[in-house]
Design a binder for this molecule. Structure first.
Ligand SMILES: C[S@@+](CC[C@H](N)C(=O)[O-])C[C@H]1O[C@@H](n2cnc3c(N)ncnc32)[C@H](O)[C@@H]1O
Length: 283
């Protein structure tokens, strides 16, 4: 596998908006160097990503009259591998879960459940606070043998954690085909293929009308706002919706229907995660 290093130079005041764009594309890791430096797999998806990035930067600079540059370097695999690996550590999340990359050895304590995730291109390594908030809330609210729906599955991390924590059936969905492929690979590596199914597509169009006991949704705020009213169609009365991917400001912008009762709100850095319970069936 070949990798590309992208240096995206924008004025300092534009870096936050650029981070928002990257998170929307499933990228949760960057280095700050007077702009943002990111690493991506050099495959057929890179050219469409670059086209979208350029379009985004153009749209924003036309308004603001600012300059930007993107430069790309192809990396030799062995140099890249060690750099990439340094960024991932073992992380304890919530009461039981331990997330780790395959190259770190770990002997779990009695209560612990280890989830091994191979960091690749899709978002979801456990390094981002919004992922950890969803994992911690899931650990609190997941009931044994329940049906779980993971909207925006990325690497599959939340779906796989749900299966390990005792869910009966898990459906993960993502609009990004590559994320679905990576989720499937992670599931089969962990031997969880019979409990978890991953689908490529759009929630309303491509998911059978299964009602879930627990819905997990860690996606960027604009996408979350767009699908938020529909998520509850898939939730059983009494079921739990867990969402993250927004700050306290973003949370105020969510139109939460009154049939969702807030059960718990958690924060890590600037990120917020919320669990709501469905009071009655949605109309
Ligand atoms: C922030 S990542 C979350 C990945 C993982 N679930 C986690 O918690 O780390 C968001 C994912 O949602 C996907 N996504 C964005 N909008 C979506 C939508 N409307 N329906 C399904 N997936 C969506 C993106 O492709 C991306 O893989």
């Amino acid at each position: 596998m070949k990798w590309a290093r992208l240096e995206i130079k924008v004025p300092i005041e534009s870096t936050e908006i650029l981070k928002g764009f990257l998170i929307g594309k499933g990228i949760d890791k960057w280095e700050e160097n007077g702009g943002l430096r990111i690493y991506m797999v050099l495959d057929e998806t890179l050219s469409s990503f670059l086209a979208e990035l350029q379009k985004f930067l153009l749209q924003n600079t036309l308004k603001e009259n600012i300059s930007w540059t993107i430069s790309l370097s192809v990396l030799e695999e062995h140099k890249w591998e060690s750099k990439w690996r340094e960024a991932f550590t073992l992380r304890k999340v919530g009461e039981k879960l331990v997330i780790k990359p395959p190259w770190i050895e770990y002997e779990p304590k009695e209560e612990e459940i280890v989830l091994e995730i191979e960091p690749r291109s899709a978002f979801g390594t456990g390094e981002h606070p919004s992922t950890r908030l969803c994992l911690s809330l899931m650990e609190k609210f997941l009931k044994k043998d329940s049906i779980v729906l993971d909207v925006g599955c990325g690497s599959g991390i939340l779906s796989l954690a749900a299966a390990l924590l005792g869910a009966g059936k898990v459906i993960g969905i993502d609009i990004d085909e590559m994320a679905v492929r990576e989720s499937e690979e992670n599931a089969s590596r962990l031997g969880l293929g019979d409990k978890v199914v991953f689908l490529h597509g759009n929630l309303l169009k491509d998911i059978p009308t299964t009602k879930a006991d627990l819905i997990l949704c860690n996606i960027d705020l604009p996408s979350l706002r767009a699908i938020f009213p529909y998520l509850t169609y898939y939730l059983k009365p009494g079921g739990i919706l867990v969402a993250s991917g927004f700050t306290e400001e973003g949370y105020k912008m969510l139109d939460v229907p009154d049939y969702l009762e807030e059960m718990e709100k958690m924060k890590e850095d600037d990120w917020v995660g919320v669990a709501w319970r469905m009071k009655t069936a949605s109309k």
